[in-house]
Design a protein around this ligand. Structure first.
Ligand SMILES: NC(=O)c1ccc[n+]([C@@H]2O[C@H](COP(=O)([O-])OP(=O)(O)OC[C@H]3O[C@@H](n4cnc5c(N)ncnc54)[C@H](OP(=O)(O)O)[C@@H]3O)[C@@H](O)[C@H]2O)c1
Length: 295
């Protein structure tokens, strides 16, 4: 099962259009499982399925709420919760449909060594981006971005001046900023983005532990002077693109052009720990919890 930053937001007071969880209810979210018994002949026992019943080891699920997974020996099952799941779709539609990325355009992705970020760097490249720049929270992650995840350049965001650090690796600016962090990262992007650039607001993890009133970026006027488009999105509004995306991304995986990086915690008992570790950056790629043996 998947542990995700948005779950932290759903534990907090309500935001507009973002319902919080009911206290005491099981936390829902992306998971994959094996059918142990079925009352419907169309779904055989042993079928591997994805569903959204989240943090539990067993669930009674209507047929309409499971999606059988075509198991492929060339693709690890965990990829279906990562680059072939909502994570990959988020990166894909964010770049393709929200940013409307054009060939040769330069992209900066924040939170680049996490799940969406790792997918984003690789997909930006596959979609024809120019330079792909990533930022993350440690020197080790920065190395991983350029050595393993196809980023052209990367930097650690723990610096006194984020704009200066960004300009060092992107002296000519950027066309697209894929925002997973918000706040100071968004302000730095506004400082260096070129005219007619796009800012894709995917997440704002810097705020999830302290939602509430916050000062906006001091340089929002750059949206006007640079004639920018700033657009937020949620992946759930793009599910119609999922099947075609999975087909395309699976082919990229089989060709070795797209990889899935996951960090797996063992056992449902460790889910809360895994969730907190993910929020403080202990994960490389997607943070998952294994609730039973792989089939
Ligand atoms: N719009 C959508 O539909 C959608 C869908 C999925 C995810 N998202 C958003 O995408 C972002 C990434 O999600 P994910 O699932 O891929 O999680 P993730 O990046 O795998 O995990 C969270 C990462 O955030 C970084 N982080 C934590 N606090 C931070 C801070 N204050 N400043 C900068 N970085 C911080 C940590 O890495 P470091 O070590 O680098 O700090 C951590 O590993 C989140 O904002 C999430 O809400 C949006």
């Amino acid at each position: 099962m998947s542990v995700d930053p948005y779950m932290r937001v759903r534990m907090a007071a309500t935001l507009p259009n973002y319902p919080s969880w009911e206290l005491g209810a099981v936390m829902d979210g992306s998971a994959i499982g094996v059918v142990e018994a079925s009352g419907d002949g169309s779904l055989a026992e042993g079928t591997v399925v994805s569903h959204r019943y989240g943090w539990r080891d067993h669930a009674l699920v209507p047929l309409t709420e499971v999606r059988p997974i075509a198991v492929d020996p060339a693709i690890p099952l965990t990829a279906h919760l990562d680059v072939l799941g909502m994570t990959g779709l988020t990166a894909y539609v964010g770049l393709r449909d929200v940013a409307r990325l054009q060939p040769g355009e330069d992209v900066w992705v924040s939170g680049a060594a996490g799940a969406v970020g790792a997918a984003c760097g690789q997909l930006a490249r596959l979609l024809g981006a120019g330079r792909v720049i990533g930022s993350a929270g440690s020197p080790e992650k920065v190395r991983q971005l350029t050595d393993e995840l196809g980023y052209d350049a990367a930097f650690d965001y723990h610096v006194p001046e984020l704009t200066a650090a960004l300009l060092e690796v992107a002296p000519a600016g950027i066309d697209v900023y894929f925002d997973n962090v918000g706040d100071d990262h968004l302000a730095a992007a506004l400082d260096v983005i070129r005219p007619h650039g796009r800012i894709v607001v995917c997440g704002a993890i810097n705020q999830y532990n302290q939602l509430g009133e916050r000062p906006g970026p001091h340089n929002l006027i750059n949206v006007l002077t640079q004639r920018l488009r700033v657009e937020g999105f949620t992946v759930r509004e793009h599910l119609a693109s999922y099947e075609a995306f999975v087909e395309r991304a699976s082919e990229w995986m089989r060709q070795g052009r797209l990889t899935s990086a996951v960090t797996v915690a063992e056992g449902l008992d460790h889910a809360v720990h895994a969730f907190r570790e993910m929020l403080r950056g202990a994960n490389r790629g997607k943070m998952l919890v294994r609730v039973s043996e792989d089939p």
